[in-house]
Design a protein around this ligand. Structure first.
Ligand SMILES: NC(=O)c1ccc[n+]([C@@H]2O[C@H](COP(=O)([O-])OP(=O)(O)OC[C@H]3O[C@@H](n4cnc5c(N)ncnc54)[C@H](OP(=O)(O)O)[C@@H]3O)[C@@H](O)[C@H]2O)c1
Length: 343
């Protein structure tokens, strides 16, 4: 059994906790033994049990002093804000999954390493010097035992990259523009408030459609170097709690039709092991709440103009799908940890 620690029990950290106890494959291989979070145990337990977006947790949670008792597991909860002070080895943690949203490069993320900790996984894109950025289904075969600091990418890059790769292989992408239409997040205020880096994030989250910065274009270049400077991206935050969308427009090398684009994407589903899906029903964003696929192409919305300009719409549960991918990666990493400890 691989011992897991989570740093930061916000939206992603708490939902990851849920999946670690709900998924049978995770229960069999991963044991959550320690968490570090600013909030106190009673508040963490309450927010683990009750979630405005995903409903009640299916498993029991209790508090016992500085422990959360989840099902039959006592999880130590600490409250350090400096990551170098978190004593993961006290619980023999092997993999630290950092969900704080703190920006990392390799050396800052590596502060978690040492003692029992041999791997760190980040719940966000990191600088290019990390050992790997893994988009499950796309490049998970590149995940190797020598990688100790790994990024799981972003919910958005997990949604975009499989679709871009299929369209590029089939039709040859010349250029493109991607717009992320993302639900509100905890870095936005409920009513107007100060924000230190982005004036638009000073505005009330549930009153406006808000353009925000995005590094998605740099993410594309990381996975598809031949598309460097050919894909640009923008992002909008919209007043919904969860489930996001991507509006992908690409010009391609050869003539095609919307039916052919949809058929090509459908034929590729098996290759991505369940992370890519296609929807044919007339649905709205709320219908994708709880969807586990990283990327759901809405075939009803695919358009082609003039033969070579393709527009594809993708849905994704930005929280749920992403935490499932982090569990997928953690399971693979746990195989490496188990193998190393049996030597
Ligand atoms: N939400 C999504 O849809 C989504 C999807 C994919 C990836 N991500 C990425 O995942 C990361 C977390 O996002 P989130 O939505 O979960 O944010 P969040 O709800 O704000 O959660 C972050 C949590 O970490 C805590 N924290 C911050 N600094 C800490 C520290 N030094 N030590 C311990 N705990 C600390 C925060 O506590 P305080 O609130 O007290 O500061 C908060 O509880 C971000 O990088 C985000 O981009 C988010």
């Amino acid at each position: 059994m691989t011992s897991v620690g989570i740093n930061g029990l916000g939206r992603i950290g708490r939902l990851l906790t849920r999946r670690l106890f709900e998924r049978h494959d995770a229960r069999a291989a991963l044991r959550l033994t320690m968490c570090n979070e600013v909030a106190d145990a009673a508040t963490v337990a309450h927010l683990l049990k009750y979630d405005s977006t995903h409903g009640r947790f299916s498993q029991p949670v209790m508090t016992d002093g500085d422990h959360l008792n989840i099902v039959d597991q006592a999880v130590l909860l600490t409250h350090e804000t400096a990551q170098s002070k978190v004593r993961w080895s006290d619980r023999d943690v092997n993999i630290v999954i950092d969900c704080t949203g703190v920006e990392f490069n390799r050396s800052s993320a590596a502060q978690h390493l040492g003692g029992s900790v041999s791997r760190v996984m980040l719940s966000q894109p990191a600088s290019t010097d990390v050992d790997g950025t893994i988009i499950w289904g796309l490049n998970d075969s590149t995940l190797t035992p020598d990688m100790s600091v790994i990024s799981a990418g972003s919910c958005t890059s997990n949604a975009l990259m499989p679709v871009l790769s299929v369209i590029d292989e089939a039709f040859g992408i010349r250029a493109g523009i991607v717009t992320t239409i993302h639900s509100a997040m905890n870095d936005q205020p409920v009513i107007d408030a100060y924000h230190h880096t982005d004036l638009r994030k000073t505005r009330a989250a549930f009153n406006s459609v808000i353009p925000v910065e995005t590094g998605l274009a740099q993410g594309v270049e990381r996975f598809f170097p031949h598309l460097t400077h050919k894909i640009s991206a923008r992002a909008l935050r919209v007043p919904t709690l969860n489930v996001s969308s991507l509006d992908v427009v690409v010009s391609v090398d050869c003539d095609t039709t919307s039916d052919e684009v949809n058929a090509t994407l459908r034929q590729s589903l098996g290759r991505f092991g369940g992370v890519l899906a296609v929807n044919d029903e007339p649905l709205a964003s709320c219908d994708f709440l709880g969807a586990e696929a990283s990327s759901i192409v809405d075939a009803t919305q695919t358009q082609v103009s003039g033969g070579r300009l393709i527009k594809v719409m993708i849905w994704f549960d930005n929280e749920w799908a992403f935490v499932n991918r982090m569990v997928d990666i953690a399971l693979r990493v746990s195989e490496f940890v188990t193998e190393e400890s049996s030597r």
